[in-house]
Design a protein around this ligand. Structure first.
Ligand SMILES: Cc1cc2nc3c(=O)[nH]c(=O)nc-3n(C[C@H](O)[C@H](O)[C@H](O)COP(=O)(O)OP(=O)(O)OC[C@H]3O[C@@H](n4cnc5c(N)ncnc54)[C@H](O)[C@@H]3O)c2cc1C
Length: 436
């Protein structure tokens, strides 16, 4: 038996959640229920796994449980990039065989999501906008060059931009150079996960506000929530940073990051930044600022990385994030210096030391996909789907590749973990310089 002691919490209201419209408002699990499959976690990974299982086993019941409402967890709190090409900035670390396979998997995820969005009319501001990788400091231009070398090696299209060509596209001359790649999608992530949950096959039953508090592994497995009990032959654990709570793995490094969304710009404010087409950018340093100009003319800012061993952040972190975001906004868009943020929130990245996820069957009838390393929209979608294939005994090259790669590296225990991660994050944020 494993008791869960740390649970997801709402670290501020995400702007995407506020804009995404009504929640699903499903009822919590109640009484005693029996299903063939139980999926814990209704983010991108759990939704893909639940759909995959329901399609592979049309006569079986799949029950999906989430501690929060769909769209309130990290999947609905992120920056809304569905990234196709790997992020690695250093061409020395690039592994073309692995990068090519990961790119193929990411594109598969983009197409699976696109198909759902189109077939079910999911209104999530889906935009095939591509993505910029931007450098403000000369020393980080080398990272951009490393990235273009990697893209050249993969035969991936990209455009190098600097000076007026760049500033005309993004409405700021803060950055010295950028690399544009066309395959990335931008969207409202809370609206997307809600739409995916609403359009799950009929043999999936979703219960929100149903935190699993106790798991007993056996035949069948037994999950307890505060209001109900679910017995199942198979459990899929799609809980990313919380996966350790279920007794599976101590190799995750949950890192909080924070985001803010302004109110819509006035026509004058918008004109002052060139009324640019909506765009999204990540930074040439991993601890740098992610930026977006959204279709409804808001500016999105994400930065700040914090280690919180208790797996929840709080008002002091959100206040610090709001200040940092306002500075980042002012530096990039001086004419928007006084535009207020309507929402500031936090969310948890589930990192691993070698950036590899945990994936597979961890004990009879118990399956895990976690450790999405900050790119879980695409990765969670394909790993969730492949986990369903694994359970169904459906082999593929993609499944074999993922199984080979999925081995998160060892992380030292406490207190070395807290000391090490805190020092590393501080060093990374310092090194980010003007990219932050
Ligand atoms: C600020 C920020 C920006 C980001 N930007 C991007 C981006 O642009 N693109 C990208 O690809 N990735 C991004 N990420 C990372 C991305 O959001 C994650 O990789 C992704 O959400 C992982 O999806 P998941 O379904 O595996 O896990 P989650 O989204 O964390 O879902 C896990 C679910 O499990 C539930 N859960 C946990 N414990 C329990 C329990 N005991 N009982 C029941 N339910 C439980 C949680 O409520 C949660 O809904 C960002 C992350 C942050 C924090």
């Amino acid at each position: 038996m494993a008791d869960v002691t740390r649970f997801p919490a709402l670290d501020g209201v995400s702007g995407w959640d506020a804009l995404a419209g009504d929640t699903l408002a499903t009822t919590p699990l109640s009484g005693w229920q029996r299903a063939r499959f139980a999926v814990i976690g209704g983010g991108f990974t759990g939704l893909a796994a639940a759909r995959g299982l329901a399609e592979r086993f049309p006569d079986a019941e799949v029950v999906l449980l989430d501690a929060l409402r769909i769209g309130q967890g990290t999947s609905g709190r992120n920056a809304g990039f569905i990234i196709d090409v790997p992020h690695n900035l250093d061409s020395d670390e690039a592994d073309p065989v692995q990068d090519r396979q990961v790119t193929r998997l990411n594109r598969w995820a983009v197409e699976m999501l696109r198909e759902q969005v189109t077939a079910n009319g999911i209104a999530c501001d889906w935009d095939d906008a591509g993505k910029y990788l931007l450098a403000a400091e000369a020393r980080h231009i080398d990272s951009l060059k490393g990235f273009t070398d990697t893209l050249d090696g993969l035969g991936e299209p990209h455009t190098w931009l600097e000076g007026p060509d760049l500033s005309a596209r993004i409405g700021t001359d803060y950055y010295r150079a950028g690399v544009y790649t066309p395959g990335n999608v931008l969207m409202n992530p809370a609206a997307l996960v809600r739409g995916l949950a609403r359009s799950l096959p009929a043999n999936v039953t979703l219960h929100e506000l149903s935190p699993v508090v106790t798991t007993t592994y056996g035949e069948p497995h037994r999950l307890e929530t505060p209001t109900g009990v679910l017995e199942a032959d198979h459990i899929v654990c799609a809980t990313n940073s919380f996966t350790g709570e279920f007794g599976f793995g101590d190799r995750y490094v949950p890192v909080f990051s924070y985001a803010s969304l302004t109110r819509p710009l006035t026509p004058e404010e918008d004109a002052a930044i060139g009324a640019v087409r909506p765009w999204g950018a990540t930074a040439a340093h991993p601890a740098g600022t992610t930026l977006r100009v959204t279709p409804d003319r808001r500016v999105f800012v994400r930065n700040m990385l914090r280690w919180r061993a208790e797996l929840c952040s709080g008002p002091p972190d959100l206040a610090a994030a709001a200040r940092t975001h306002q500075q980042a906004l002012r530096a990039r868009f001086p004419t928007l210096a006084d535009v207020p943020f309507e929402h500031t929130w936090g969310g948890m990245l589930c990192m691993t030391r070698n950036f590899q996820p945990c994936f597979g069957t961890v004990r009879p009838g118990v399956h895990v996909a976690a450790g999405m390393n900050g790119v879980g929209v695409a990765k969670g979608t394909y790993l969730g789907r492949l986990l369903a294939d694994l359970i169904a005994g459906q082999d593929s090259d993609a499944l074999a590749f993922v199984q080979r790669a999925a081995s998160p590296a060892w992380v030292p225990p406490e207190p070395a973990r807290t000391l090490g991660v805190t020092a590393k994050l501080r060093a990374e944020e310092r090194a980010a310089g003007a990219e932050k």
